[in-house]
Every structure is written in C-alpha cells, then in structure tokens.
Design a binder for this molecule. Structure first.
Ligand code: GLC
Length: 482
C-alpha cells in the first residue's frame, strides 16, 4: 500500500497544501518521491489543523480568560481558584538579613540560604535534591520528613548553627488555600504528586512537625506559591513588575489585584492591593473554549488528576512531550510514520520528554541528524526516513506553538484586566520559557495579534530562581509585619 493512498484513506481528502518539502523538477524517477511529498503534506495539514489556534480563536479564548478571572474573584468562583495570597506589600528593595527558603516545585526540592543585602542586592547558597516518584506518591509524612532531612544536611554543609532559630519561607507550588501568610491548606495535588494524608491539611504544621522531630528550630514565617515568589523576587529590582508566571513542569501565574475587586475577600481591610495566586492551570477545565484534541483527551484520561488542569496539560513541560508522543504514535499506528514500526520505549507513557522536542526544534541540519538520533538512539525506533523526521519535527512545532500562544493568552488576560497595557513587567521562570527554542517569540506573536503595537509594552523578563529568592524575601517582609 502506497503512503499516499494510506494517508488519503486515513485522513480524508484535503484542499491543496502549503507544505512542499521538495521542489525537484518532476521526472519519471521522482514521481514516487513527489507522491510521498503529497502524502506528507496531507499528514502535516491534518496535524496543523488540529493544533493551530487561529487569530479569531485566540481572541475568543482571551475574552473568556478575562471573564473567568473576574468570576474567580467573586463568591461564585470559576475554573481558576484565584486565591488571595495574604500578601499586601511587595518588596521595597531595602529588606536585609539572612533567611532560609525551601522550594518544592515539581521535579526538584531545593534548600536555599538567602542573604538580602539591601538596594536590590541578593546572595544565595543552595542545594538541590531529587524527589523520587516513590516519595511523591507515597506516605505524606515520609515526604515531609525527607524535606527536613534535606534541610538538616544543608545546614551541616553550610556550617549553620542548628541551635539557632531561623525564619523560613516555604515555596510550595501547589494549590493552597491560604489562611494567613504563614499557613494554608493543600487543596489538591498537581504535577504527578499524590502523597497521602496531606490534602486538606496545613502544610506549615506538617513541615514544622517534621523539623521538630529532627531537632531543628525553624519557624516558617511565609508559605508561598512559586508564582508569588517569582513576582516578589522581581519587584525587589523592578517596581513595574505586576505578575509572576511559571512556565516549567507546571504552569501558573500570580498578579497584583485591587482588594476592592476581590468581592469574595472576607478580610476586614478592603483597601489597597493583594497578590492573587490564580492557579491558572485549571482554566476552562470544562473545555468550553480550549481547542482540545483527541491526544489531549487521551493524556488527560490516563493522568492521575483526570479532568483537572487541562490548560496546564496543554502548556507545561511535564506534558508537551507526552502530547507529541501520542500524536506520533497515532500516525505510526495508521502506518503513516516509521513504516508502521514503533519501539516499546516510544509506546511507554511520558518516555518522550519535552527536552527532546527542544532538541528536535533546534535541529536545522538538512537531513535532521539530531532528530534521527533522538528517535533512533534514544527512543529506539528501528528506522526513520527523512520524511518521517520532518513530520515529527512539525508535530513538535505545532504542539509547542499552541502552548506558547495559550500561555500568551494568560499574560495578555492579566495585563488587560488590570489596565497595564501601557507598560508593565512580567517576571517569568521555568524551563519551558527559559530553554524551549522560540517559545518567547511565539508568545510575542500572539501579543501582537491581540494588542497590535501595544504588545511592545509588555516586558517579559526571565527571573531565575524566583522561587528561592522570592520565598526568602517574603519571609523577610512577613517577619517585618508579624
Ligand atoms: C501547578 C501548581 C501551581 C504552581 C504551578 C507551577 O500548576 O498547581 O501551584 O504554581 O504548577 O509550578
């Protein structure tokens, strides 16, 4: 069965395509090649059609996003939790002192010592620990005991006196219902965590109990989300910063809102500003406007938080590789790729990492050599043709472009809602934003589609180590006000 025929049968008939991968003059010898190109073009068109967010769709999602933000601030609530972070003041740049910070993001756990020297100057020491899947999904108490062990090891390594009392800021990057700046209940786990006995409990009490068991005199003075930490770290240097965004293993944002707009806020003081942890990963969990494909549904169905965090599952690093894997595996099953042959590794969930997509997108060689090495050497696909590799590369592109455009919608939603289109800084952290090729340019393209020339007024800055430094800073701000 010819490839062109198979493609026609499996995908239906399409209008003429814009993808011409080879422009050699037509000769009897090149007929089969041109047939193959036609088939490839049809496959690519089908893939494109599923993943493309057109300018009008972009507008539609953008308007719905703002509505959901607004609804989330009312007692009615919305798909985004829009959690008040109990933080009213941002960093002034003059905070000083030495603080400890913990950072549990997704893949790693970090202990950081933050030395604030004033005038925006900061020094840090830090140590990273890997949280095993066993700890992530096992007994909650063991997970927090592990964190206390890490702190103890860190203090020894940096010769810190364990008898002294330290203030600590804990960046805990999961949905937490804040009760105060230094207490909060875990609402649900995300990003592959499911440790037992933690949901519904106060995270600070759990970690302080583990510290006590190890004889550590540590007082948690701030419990913060990574988005909040990232924003605060940037405000230490730039007073124009209005939001913090994470585009990494997971995705989320925090921003500064007027208390008077938060109608669900029951606190006495209704004046001034309040930092909001949006938990935007939950945006449109009912799939009203998000352009979900069959691959997104498949990913969601087999995830441990089925039906939740759909927006996050279309954007963040934990999932992009998996969406791509599912799309590629589908084409192999339809015998449109790799001669219909796949490997056990490629068929295994989450084995195709987002990092491989970055490598493939960076591969500009004429025969896509590095793509070949990812597919054949790492993913153990027995054989790939150049056409195969072009198709895989295009799938990576469309999946990542969609992710970039969706994340741009979130930032556009914030800046537009708070009326800062005339100028603002957005602090961003996370491996996808930092390392995925073209990600920020693709976001910019979406800003331009939404705002025209005003798009230039949105300044995105990579705020490395927002979670560590930010938690230390908030611990400093909190100790001033407590
Ligand atoms: C997940 C968490 C959220 C966090 C984000 C980025 O979406 O629920 O709290 O900010 O990941 O790490």
């Amino acid at each position: 069965m010819g490839l062109a025929w198979a493609a026609g049968v499996a995908l239906g008939t399409f209008a003429s395509s814009t993808y011409f991968l080879s422009r050699k003059p037509r000769s009897p010898d090149s007929i089969s090649e041109s047939e193959e190109n036609k088939a490839t073009a049809q496959i690519l068109e089908q893939i494109d059609r599923q993943f493309t967010i057109t300018p009008s769709k972009l507008q539609e999602i953008f308007h719905y996003f703002i509505k959901e933000m607004e609804r989330g601030l009312t007692p009615e609530g919305s798909s985004m939790k829009m959690i008040p972070a109990f933080l009213k003041s941002i960093a002034s740049g003059s905070e000083m002192g030495s603080f400890l910070a913990l950072d549990l993001g997704g893949t790693n756990f970090r202990v950081v010592r933050v030395l604030l020297e004033g005038q925006g100057r900061i020094r840090t020491n830090q140590k990273k620990f890997v949280v095993s899947d066993e700890l992530k999904t096992g007994d909650g108490e063991k997970l927090f005991d592990f964190f206390a062990d890490c702190v103890s090891e860190f203090m020894k390594e940096f010769s810190m006196d364990v008898k002294e009392t330290y203030s600590l800021g804990f960046t805990f990057s999961f949905p937490v219902k804040q009760l105060s700046i230094s207490s909060g209940l875990l609402m649900e786990w995300t990003k592959g965590f499911s440790a037992s006995g933690v949901v519904g409990k106060d995270i600070v009490k759990i970690i302080e109990a583990s510290f006590q068991k190890k004889g550590l005199k540590i007082k948690v003075t701030a419990l913060v989300n990574d988005t909040v930490g990232t924003m605060i770290a940037e405000t230490y240097k730039d007073a124009n910063c209005v939001a913090g965004v994470i585009l990494g293993t997971g995705t989320n944002a925090a921003y500064i809102e007027k208390v008077s707009s938060i109608t669900k806020w029951e606190g006495e003081d209704k004046t001034g500003d309040m930092v909001i942890n949006m938990e935007w990963g939950g945006f449109d969990d009912h799939k009203k406007v998000l352009p979900v494909t069959s691959y997104d549904l498949e990913l969601d169905n087999s995830s441990i938080n089925r039906g939740a965090q759909i927006y996050e599952k279309m954007i963040s690093g934990m999932y992009l590789g998996e969406i791509t894997r599912l799309a590629v595996a589908d084409l192999v099953r339809k015998k449109l790729l790799f001669g219909g042959k796949i490997s056990t590794k490629f068929e295994t969930r989450y084995k195709f990492e987002t990092e491989y997509m970055s490598r493939i997108e960076r591969d500009h060689s004429s025969d896509l050599n590095d793509t070949k090495s990812v597919l054949e050497d790492i993913m153990e696909i027995p054989f790939t043709s150049l056409q195969d590799r072009r198709i895989v590369k295009r799938i990576c592109e469309v999946v990542a472009i969609r992710a970039a455009r969706l994340s741009a919608i979130g930032i556009a939603g914030i800046t537009s809602k708070i009326g800062r289109l005339h100028g603002c800084t957005i602090a961003i952290d996370g491996s996808v934003f930092e390392r995925y090729p073209h990600f920020s340019n693709r976001m910019r393209d979406a800003f331009v589609e939404l705002f025209g020339m005003q798009a230039d007024n949105i300044r995105m800055v990579l705020t490395g180590d927002g979670s560590g430094v930010g938690a230390g800073l908030i611990a400093a701000i909190a100790s001033k006000t407590q």
